[in-house]
Design a protein around this ligand. Structure first.
Ligand SMILES: Cc1cc2nc3c(=O)[nH]c(=O)nc-3n(C[C@H](O)[C@H](O)[C@H](O)COP(=O)(O)O)c2cc1C
Length: 302
């Protein structure tokens, strides 16, 4: 018997393999590929208080080892999510992580309060690079990460995850601010700011000029940032950024992650989460590891 469970803020996940916000929609498109009950948890597309149409196309561009996206948080809004999207996911016995973005601290708090009895975890997205207001403006200063986390903490008693932006100088400082304000867990990384130029039109490819880079290209950066955060905080870490196979997942755990999340890989290999889970299990058996926690190196590999 091997133990693959992970404890996040007092809630137990059956295994450490999650799917990342914005790369799994609200689940429906992936439901024919495998049984969602296999997953540790599902993170839904980022939700805002009011519905958002998102950015004008183009929204995605393939790069040499990843994608740039400028989706701009298209979503049906909080109340439609609760009424129309959640019931489908609730048919499964898999914990749901609601990823939320606000324009103000009050909006974050209101959303967290409304979601409290409907989902299992709240993930504060303070790191979206593709919207003008909110999002990343909260995630680039430790004071505002602290403030938004502290205010949301007051209105919710379910585990609170704070998702950090890699577009900062000192990621450890942001993680510490979230932990000090009462976060139960840190997730990282969101996308890295990048850009592309259409050389025939002599214009930026995206209307917003900059876009978010994800996929295998960002993995070494994400791994380094997880390692840096692991040396700063004592709360659990969900590592993500370019994970596409089980070997990547093990690397993140050795850097200090308690769980891992699969994002862009879902687009080119919808079975990636299932394969990663099977790979971790096999690695544990082959190496005589009975408890997942033995893989994680506290404070990250030295
Ligand atoms: C198309 C797309 C949409 C995304 N939407 C969100 C979102 O709504 N909220 C969020 O916190 N992160 C969002 N992300 C970031 C991912 O959840 C993840 O943090 C990032 O892509 C890094 O992981 P990856 O390289 O495995 O994709 C999005 C990423 C992509 C590619």
């Amino acid at each position: 018997m091997i133990d693959m469970t992970v404890n996040i803020g007092g809630r137990r996940l059956k295994n450490p393999v999650l799917v990342s916000s914005g790369t799994f929609g609200f689940g429906k498109e992936y439901s024919n590929f495998y049984d969602f009950n296999l997953l540790g948890a599902i993170t839904v597309k980022g939700i805002t208080l009011k519905p958002r149409k998102g950015n004008k196309p183009p929204r995605i561009m393939e790069t040499s080892a990843g994608i740039l996206n400028s989706v701009g948080l298209e979503n049906p809004g909080l109340y439609s999510f609760i009424e129309n999207e959640l019931p489908f996911l609730k048919k499964y016995s898999v914990p749901i992580i609601a990823n939320i973005s606000g324009n103000t601290i009050e909006e974050y708090s209101l959303m967290a309060k409304e979601l409290n009895e409907h989902v299992d975890f709240i993930e504060l997205n303070v790191s979206c690079p593709n919207v003008k207001e909110g999002g990343i403006t909260f995630g680039t200063k430790p004071e505002s990460v602290y403030e938004v986390t502290r205010e949301v903490r007051k209105v919710t008693n379910i585990p609170l995850i704070v998702k950090l932006s890699p577009n900062v100088t000192d990621i450890g400082e942001m993680a510490l601010a979230a932990e000090n304000a009462g976060a139960d867990c840190i997730s990282l990384i969101n996308t890295l700011m990048g850009m592309a130029i259409d050389i025939y039109n002599r214009k930026p490819f995206f209307n917003n000029v900059v876009a978010g880079l994800s996929g295998p290209a960002v993995k070494p950066i994400a791994l380094r940032m997880v390692w840096q955060v692991a040396q700063k905080v004592n709360i659990p870490i969900i590592g993500m950024g370019g994970i596409s196979n089980w070997q990547d997942a093990i690397e993140f755990m050795m850097a200090g992650a308690d769980a891992i999340s699969i994002g862009t890989a879902n687009f080119y290999n919808p079975l990636a989460p299932k394969e990663v889970l099977e790979g971790i299990k096999e690695y544990m058996i082959e190496n005589g590891i009975n408890d997942l926690r033995e893989i994680k190196i506290n404070g990250g590999v030295k």
